[in-house]
Structure formats: C-alpha cells, structure tokens
Design a protein around this ligand. Structure first.
Ligand code: ADP
Length: 293
C-alpha cells in the first residue's frame, strides 16, 4: 500500500472579472469549493490509479474537516490513520481569481495541518510498517515527516519526499528519503543551482538515493549515483497544469508500490500527469488507471 503523510485543505474559489480593492465589495460570477492540499491531492491521484492508499494527517473538524475526510473515503482511501481534532480548523485556502488576466489573491489558513506531530505519526506506526511506499510533502511539520520516514526506513519501506513548497530541508531528512521529488523552481531554491541537472546532482550529495526533477512539458530528470536520465512527457494540449506535480507523485508512488522499476514508475506518473493537465480542475482532472493508454 501507499501511505501519504500530508495536508488536507478546502479550497474556496471565487471568480470575478477583476480582484477587489481593499474595502471594496465586488459581485462575482462563480464559486467553487473543492478538496485540495498536496497530501490529499496525491492520495487521490494514487487511489484513482489503483493503489491501496492510507492517509496520515491531523484534521480539524471545526469547519469543513468532516467533508474533507469523507471526500477521501469516497475515493476508497483509508483515513483511520488521521487524527481528528474537533476543536481545530482544517486547512482552508480562500482564493479569489480574476477572470480577466487570470490574476489571483490567496489567503491560506494552515489550521490543523500545522499541528501534525510525531506522536500523531507514531499512532499510525502499524500502517507505516505495513506500507510499500510512504510519501510526504512539506505542508505539514518536518518533525512529523522525519518520524514517519524513520519508522518506514526501519521496516524497509520506500520513502518519497516531495519537497513542495520549497522550504529548507535538513540533511537528516534527506538522508531518510529514498526519493527526493522537486519541480524546477524547488530544485533551484533548494540548491542555488539554476540548471536542473546541476541542482539534482547537488541535492543527491545531501543524502537521497535518487533525485527526480519534474520539468513540466519537458518531462522529468532522474538522477542517481549511476547517472542521469531524462524521461520525455507525452505531448498533450495543456488546459490546466495546476496539480500536475501532485498527480505525478501519486502515480510514481503507485508504480513503486506495484514493484515497478524506477523508470517505469516515473513513466506511470508522467502518463497520469499528462492526462491531468489536459483537463481542467485538480482532483477532478486526475485519471483512473483505465484512462491511461
Ligand atoms: P509542478 O506542478 O510541481 O509545477 P511540473 O509542471 O514540472 O510540476 O509537472 C509535473 C509533471 O507533469 C511533469 O514531469 C510532466 O510529466 C507533467 N506535465 C506537466 N506539464 C505538462 C505538459 N504541458 N504536457 C505534458 N505533461 C506535463
């Protein structure tokens, strides 16, 4: 199985022709509320591709937390490893999008995502030990991720760190990561190297067994101690690339959990992401296994 240790958010998105000025009330023309958060997105991506997925998180149920957990369950995801906190808010992103020009303004309230603790993770140790692959992103506190990866390592479980958003990561956490997955921007911010290959090589020296840099329409670059390899992306008409990276990571984890080679798992992630970018929406755009050619 795939265990995702990560964030869960409710995205609340209004659409108006332009963004309001401070103090101004504007009349908008559309509103969408949809589950998001990198953790939740990656869990849904993996579940749609056929992985057996468990989600480890801390979810406040003061506002939309119950709906967020239910949305995961509706995808067949095991939420028994998520700690429910009735006194806390879940993660909420209030997003205003201007339909002319596409500019946006976002207020992100991390809520309970910021409270996920090593003790919460410890409580899910049975799930972690039974997993094939454990995946984390940086929208939850790093001590909780380090705890999860240490438990996974002790049981011989493959660990995948998606270092997004770009934050400073300790060498200790990188050394606990079998895979480090970053996009070009994150690779540069973490390493100071603008060139993706140089960035990946510098990051590899800090401890992960392999570094994967996603390159958008250019595909992905896999760097290990044995060398580097570029995997081209499928040529598709991109409609909405938001969530491409999350779909990729979910697909990569699914492939690794199935025992695929590194390259085959990267290809599965890329095939899934190529379909996701050809559709609008984030979770709603993620393909099922049968949709893949
Ligand atoms: P992020 O969403 O983190 O910025 P990328 O833009 O690098 O990540 O995209 C992640 C993956 O999604 C890529 O490695 C690629 O496989 C796929 N992808 C992204 N954009 C496209 C595109 N325009 N055409 C085909 N595949 C794409």
């Amino acid at each position: 199985s795939v265990v995702i240790v990560g964030s869960l958010n409710m995205d609340m998105v209004s659409h108006s022709t332009r963004l309001p000025a401070p103090g101004e009330t504007l009349v908008g023309h559309d509103f969408v509320m949809a589950p998001g958060g990198k953790g939740g997105n990656q869990a849904v991506a993996a579940a749609r591709l056929g992985a057996s997925v468990a989600f480890v998180s801390r979810v406040g149920t003061r506002q939309h937390g119950k709906a967020l957990l239910q949305a995961l369950r509706d995808e067949g995801i095991d939420t028994s490893g998520s700690t429910v906190d009735a006194a806390a808010l879940p993660g909420i992103a209030v997003i205003m999008v201007a339909s002319v020009g596409g500019e946006n303004s976002i207020v992100y309230v991390p809520g309970s995502n910021a409270e996920l603790s090593p003790a919460d993770v410890q409580a899910s140790r049975a799930l972690l030990h039974a997993a094939k692959v454990v995946v984390a992103q940086l929208e939850v506190p790093m001590p909780a991720i380090a705890e999860a990866f240490a438990l996974a390592r002790a049981a011989g479980v493959t660990t995948v760190l998606n270092a997004a958003p770009a934050l400073a990561v300790s060498d200790e956490l990188l050394a606990l990561s079998d895979w480090l997955v970053v996009n070009e921007t994150e690779a540069e911010q973490m390493s100071g190297e603008p060139d993706p290959l140089a960035a990946a090589q510098a990051l590899l020296k800090r401890g992960p067994k392999q570094v994967l840099v996603t390159l958008g329409a250019q595909g992905a670059l896999l760097v290990t101690n044995e060398g580097s390899q570029t995997v081209a992306a499928a040529a598709v008409k991109a409609v909405d690339t938001v969530g491409a990276g999350d779909t990729f990571v979910g697909g990569l984890a699914t492939g690794l959990a199935e025992g695929m080679s590194a390259i085959a798992a990267v290809r599965l992630g890329q095939s899934a992401a190529a379909i996701a970018v050809s559709r609008s929406g984030v979770q709603s755009a993620m393909p099922r296994r049968a949709d893949l050619a």
